[in-house]
Write a protein that binds this ligand. Structure first.
Ligand SMILES: NC(=O)c1ccc[n+]([C@@H]2O[C@H](COP(=O)([O-])OP(=O)(O)OC[C@H]3O[C@@H](n4cnc5c(N)ncnc54)[C@H](O)[C@@H]3O)[C@@H](O)[C@H]2O)c1
Length: 340
């Protein structure tokens, strides 16, 4: 009975979403993660839009898939008055948002996040990107969605590993902004709407303060210098959020080794990450290879690796008004060897 009511609400939301998209008055085209095919077909029908399905997850964030969307639009004479709607997780968000930002020098972008990670993180702040063989998110733009339509019903079909991946970005928000929120996440469940909303509020506030990522917004990269290297090392076969979880452990270890973070806080961070994401890597990564990837990270300056750091749980470390600091490869090796 409860499931029936819930399904009915889900269907109502498709209609509600279709109405909101139609109200924009654009010529619509839908791009969806293949896992969301049934839902996307329903929505495409309601808004009378052609539908293009892309490979599941990270595999869609390529130049080839961007070109495929562009050609799909060109072949149907879509122009400047078009709207690209992305249905999927953070990967579809990044691909579709980036394509919308360059097609006809920029068209309307609507986003329907279907993973926890996309709801609490990727759909906020306007960053879009695709990967290249030279690294993660190496091509991209700042192109916020005109409309984001959210329904937590999507989370019911997520694999546990994808729930854990989303939880890791929520942990990041707690670590850089709100110690109490970290304890609330531990109690969970992390898919609780109140907890999702807390993450959204934290990320929105940081992005609003520093939209161009010159100061505070750099904090949102906590765990990502190492996390992106881990993803690239495993050829994107592991979830972004899981890699960020390991990245946060290493970057917390770095803060601890440098004497900025207490031993108690460092140990508690590792405990919370392990409690919310007990997924292992396929095998132990080689530190020197991870460091090679980190040298190519977008935050690196003249090949010098940079990371964000913590002073305590909920309080980031500032470096002369910025929230990112150069880090020696020797220290990084030490922190990597503590975690791996
Ligand atoms: N733009 C930003 O600010 C930002 C922020 C954080 C992360 N990201 C990016 O987001 C990406 C990761 O996104 P993600 O964690 O959402 O994963 P994802 O989009 O890669 O999807 C993960 C898996 O979940 C499946 N999936 C999606 N929705 C589902 C549903 N409702 N039910 C069942 N399965 C479903 C997908 O098919 C895929 O297999 C990374 O590429 C990362 O770089 C971007």
């Amino acid at each position: 009975m409860q499931e029936n009511r819930s399904s009915k609400r889900f269907m109502t939301n498709v209609i509600n979403f279709a109405n909101q998209i139609s109200a924009l008055g654009k010529r619509n085209c839908l791009v969806a993660d293949r896992a969301l095919e049934v839902y996307a077909k329903e929505l495409a029908l309601l808004i009378e839009a052609p539908l293009l399905l892309v490979p599941r997850g990270e595999a869609c964030k390529t130049r080839l898939q961007k070109e495929a969307i562009e050609d799909f639009l060109f072949a149907r004479s879509f122009g400047k008055d078009s709207c690209l709607i992305g249905v999927g997780g953070g990967s579809v968000h990044d691909l579709v948002g980036f394509t919308a930002s360059t097609y006809c020098r920029g068209i309307t972008f609507v986003n329907i996040p279907t993973t926890l990670l996309a709801m609490v993180d990727a759909c906020i702040g306007g960053k879009t990107a695709i990967n290249t063989s030279y690294g993660k998110n190496m091509l991209g733009s700042l192109w916020p969605a005109t409309l984001t339509l959210m329904d937590t019903h999507f989370l019911k079909t997520l694999e546990p590993v994808e729930v854990a991946a989303g939880a890791m970005e929520m942990v990041k928000h707690a670590l850089i902004a709100d110690a109490k929120y970290l304890e609330e996440l531990l109690t969970g469940p992390v898919t609780d709407l109140d907890l999702i909303q807390k993450s959204i509020v934290i990320k929105e506030a940081i992005c609003k303060k520093d939209p161009l990522e010159e100061k505070e917004r750099l904090l949102l990269n906590f765990g990502h210098t190492v996390g992106h290297a881990i993803e690239a090392y495993f050829s994107y076969a592991i979830s972004h959020g899981i890699a960020v979880g390991f990245g946060m452990k290493v970057e917390s270890a770095l803060s601890y080794i440098q004497g900025w973070l207490s031993k108690e806080d460092y140990q508690h961070i590792v405990y919370v990450i392990d409690a919310l994401s007990n997924f292992t890597l396929p095998f132990t990564p080689e530190p020197h290879k991870l460091i090679e990837y980190m040298r190519r990270d977008k935050k690196a300056l003249h090949g010098i690796i940079r990371v964000s750091a913590l002073e305590k749980i909920g309080k980031p470390k500032a470096f002369g008004g910025s929230f990112c600091t150069p880090c020696s490869e020797e220290l990084l090796s030490k922190a990597l060897s503590i975690i791996f």
